[in-house]
Design a protein around this ligand. Structure first.
Ligand SMILES: N=C(N)NCCCC[C@H](N)C(=O)O
Ligand SMILES: O=C(O)CCC(=O)C(=O)O
Ligand SMILES: [Fe+2]
Length: 382
């Protein structure tokens, strides 16, 4: 399958995205013309076929297919910071059905939607209106339904009180997503140099999963494509747990990541000049990063690492900064599944990850539930 998309990014430049069977590549038109050595500014985002992880019985980790995926996962986490997942075994029709039912819900009149309103009384489960979620001090242009692993009263003591409650939405798709996530995590455990079961038991044997059904309004026709990119669907953030799988609408590029390592092949000066030349400076997060569109590839999930895997890996894997901007006139839906540690798990750099960095502990310890509750309590307008 070859898919070619032209994305208008700024007035003076167009980004080409080419997706073929195992990678998405992008390059910038202005640079292409000036630079005959195309390879130096050509980067690719891997599409990883995780099927060997899903059919593995995990007794035999020497399996050739598994080693190959593990290598790809390791490279993707160290270089791009996110990747596409295919070969996950979830049918195209189910993936689409989940988005369709989400779209149907958001199509309902506000009075209907608000019947399953999220509040502190529901343990932050349920519907939140456009602008209710706040990121970096700004109201986000999205509405959503949040579901969490259900928590009975008293289950996690005082810390768990904020998230006690039951879901306001059927949680059945979470079972499928859990199986895929669990197996990708086994691959990541191997990639880091541990055993496949590293994140089971007390660490993430009872994952505090989260599922968000999200809707992003399109820009109105009157504004057109010249609208400045300030209507942010979801501001720049990292995810909180282990790994995230995003089921995003086909044909609407809106999710963007910062690539942290890939760009080290350019010198920072050349990169800066290049970004100035395409008037892209405001999008730059740091010297080594630019915003990259994670264009939708039907049948895949976009996967990124969260804050807790960053700590467990001692910073070998970064929790990748990302944001959502829906510049299209169409309403966009996505369903994000977050595979997280146990609510009460203590997270500190794993010994074998510390060894890889000369025995130095690069990340501070955390308790997952504390991290989550801190986020949840500050994520919404009063
Ligand atoms: N990982 C999760 N649950 N994502 C929810 C949206 C992230 C944005 C949130 N306001 C924030 O600032 O984190
Ligand atoms: O809608 C998306 O593509 C991503 C959503 C996201 O990043 C989040 O909810 O944490
Ligand atoms: Fe996110």
């Amino acid at each position: 399958m070859i898919l070619l998309l032209l994305l208008p990014t700024t007035r003076s430049s167009v980004k080409f995205l080419v997706s073929c069977s195992n990678q998405v590549s992008y390059f910038n038109s202005s640079n292409l013309i000036e630079n005959s050595e195309m390879s130096s500014n050509f980067k690719s985002i891997p599409i990883i076929d995780v099927s060997p992880l899903l059919c593995n019985k995990w007794g035999d980790v020497e399996n050739e297919g598994v080693s190959e995926v593990v290598k790809q996962l390791d490279q993707a986490c160290k270089e791009a910071g996110f990747f596409y997942v295919k070969g996950h075994g979830i049918s195209d029709s189910l993936i689409k059905e989940v988005r369709d039912m989400t779209r149907k819900f958001f199509d309902l009149p506000y009075d209907e939607k608000v019947k399953i309103k999220m509040s502190s009384e529901t343990g932050f489960r349920g519907y939140q209106r456009i602008g209710e979620n706040v990121t970096q001090g700004k109201a986000d242009m999205h509405e959503a339904i949040d579901c969490y692993r259900e928590v009975k009263a008293g289950m996690y003591g005082d810390l768990g009180k904020a998230v006690e409650g039951f879901n306001k939405w059927p949680d059945s798709p979470s079972n499928f997503y859990s199986v895929v996530s669990e197996n990708i995590l086994r691959g990541l455990a191997l990639a880091l140099g541990g055993c496949p079961g590293e994140f089971e038991g007390e660490r993430a044997g009872d994952p505090f999963w989260v599922m968000r059904f999200i809707g992003y309004p399109g820009i109105s026709d009157a504004k057109g494509l010249e609208m400045p990119e300030n209507d942010i669907g979801c501001g720049a953030h990292t995810d909180y747990g282990l790994l995230t799988l995003v089921n995003q609408d086909d044909e609407i590029p809106a999710l963007q990541y910062v690539i942290t390592a890939c760009i080290t092949e350019f010198s920072a000066i050349i990169l800066k000049q290049f970004l100035v030349s395409i008037k892209c400076v405001s999008k730059v997060r740091n010297q080594a990063g630019e915003w990259i569109w994670a264009v939708p590839i039907p049948g895949t999930f976009v996967c990124n690492i969260g804050d807790m895997l960053k700590i467990w890996s001692n910073g070998l894997y970064e929790s990748t900064l990302h944001r959502v901007i829906n510049n299209s006139p169409k309403y966009r839906v996505s369903v994000a599944f977050f595979y997280e540690p146990n609510f009460d798990a203590v997270i500190e750099p794993l010994e074998f990850c510390k060894q890889k960095l000369g025995g130095i502990e690069k990340c501070e310890r955390a308790i997952y539930g504390e991290h989550l509750v801190r986020k949840v309590l500050t994520n919404f307008v009063a």
